[in-house]
Ligand binder design. Structure first.
Ligand SMILES: Nc1ncnc2c1ncn2[C@@H]1O[C@H](COP(=O)(O)OP(=O)(O)OP(=O)(O)O)[C@@H](O)[C@H]1O
Ligand SMILES: [Mg+2]
Length: 289
């Protein structure tokens, strides 16, 4: 439960586009070389551009890649905790399908957009039912991306059921969410489901090393280990901690990482437990104070 809350915390405080610079639409910026400057958050700068760049989840990504290549993409439901690459994967698919035409062929809605029953009926229906003039695009099938779909009302989800069926010929739907149990079963059964698990330490380490090298950072092994430990398989969190620690101090060590995140250092905790277990209460209390 603690973990769920923790994940909810991350998502719940920023359900707007502007407050969430790493969200989908801004990916256009990431592919723009002029934007590779210092101001851009690393989560965006190092967002995977192609499916090959997505770390971990090899089996899922390869499956989606194959289906995309063969033009047999089903409706998708990607779910799992934050920062595991769900949005990045779908955007990479869109880029692969449509290249530079990407904006004409994809309708993207997320939690900050109004997505009540009317929006589902109107906006999605309008988009799905219009013929789009697309030149030089590999696929003529359009993509509706519903990010944070677990925040949609039940009514809207029920309305979506019909819309999905009606426009299956011309449109694919990709639903993304953290909590799959908030998606009504009828929608789940219309989609192919993929679960994005938290990244394991090896993949987080690998991806961090890539960024560390690209940015030319000075990171001690203990610092890297601390980043991996504190991020708990959330790649967005790992990159954010790396960047804020880097802004706070030149050298990235275990100590600076813990200082920056406000977590007590493991060696302090060890010392405190040692006192508690080995000394008289009064002495131990004094030492801890
Ligand atoms: N599998 C991954 N490989 C490489 N980078 C990743 C991966 N997952 C996340 N990231 C990094 O974290 C950032 C956020 O990832 P993304 O937006 O894809 O997460 P998400 O799974 O959609 O999270 P949320 O559920 O919070 O929307 C990306 O811009 C990228 O820098
Ligand atoms: Mg996302």
């Amino acid at each position: 439960m603690a973990e769920t809350n923790h994940h909810m915390d991350i998502d719940s405080d920023d359900h707007t586009y502007t407050a969430r610079p790493d969200k989908a639409k801004s990916v256009v910026v990431a592919s723009n070389p002029a934007a590779a400057g210092k101001a851009i958050p690393w989560v965006e700068k190092y967002r995977p551009l192609s499916l090959d760049d997505v770390a971990a989840h090899r089996d899922i990504v390869d499956t989606i890649d194959r289906l995309t290549t063969e033009n047999r993409l089903p409706h998708l439901l990607l779910y799992g905790p934050p920062g595991t690459g769900k949005t990045s994967t779908i955007l990479a698919v869109a880029r692969k399908l449509y290249g530079s035409q990407y904006q004409n062929m994809i309708l993207e809605l997320n939690a900050s957009d109004d997505r009540g029953i009317d929006v589902v009926r109107q906006q999605i229906q309008d988009f799905a039912s219009t013929q789009s003039l697309s030149f030089g695009v590999k696929s003529s099938v359009k993509l509706v991306l519903l990010d944070e779909a677990d925040a949609m009302t039940k009514d809207a989800q029920f309305a979506l059921r019909r819309v999905i069926e009606k426009y299956t010929k011309s449109t694919r739907f990709a639903l993304i969410c953290n909590h799959v149990n908030k998606i009504i079963p009828a929608l789940q059964s219309r989609c192919t489901r993929f679960r994005f698990a938290p990244l394991d330490a090896v993949h987080v380490t690998e991806r961090l090393k890539h960024v560390i090298k690209a940015e030319g950072l000075d990171v001690e092994d203990s610092g890297l280990a601390a980043l991996v430990r504190l991020s708990n398989g959330d790649m967005r969190k790992a990159l954010n901690i790396l960047q804020s620690t880097h802004m706070a101090s030149q050298q990235i060590t275990e100590e600076t990482v813990y200082l920056c995140t406000g977590n007590p250092l493991p060696k302090d905790i060890e010392q405190i437990s040692y006192w508690l277990l080995n000394e008289q209460f009064a002495d131990s209390f004094k030492s801890i104070e």
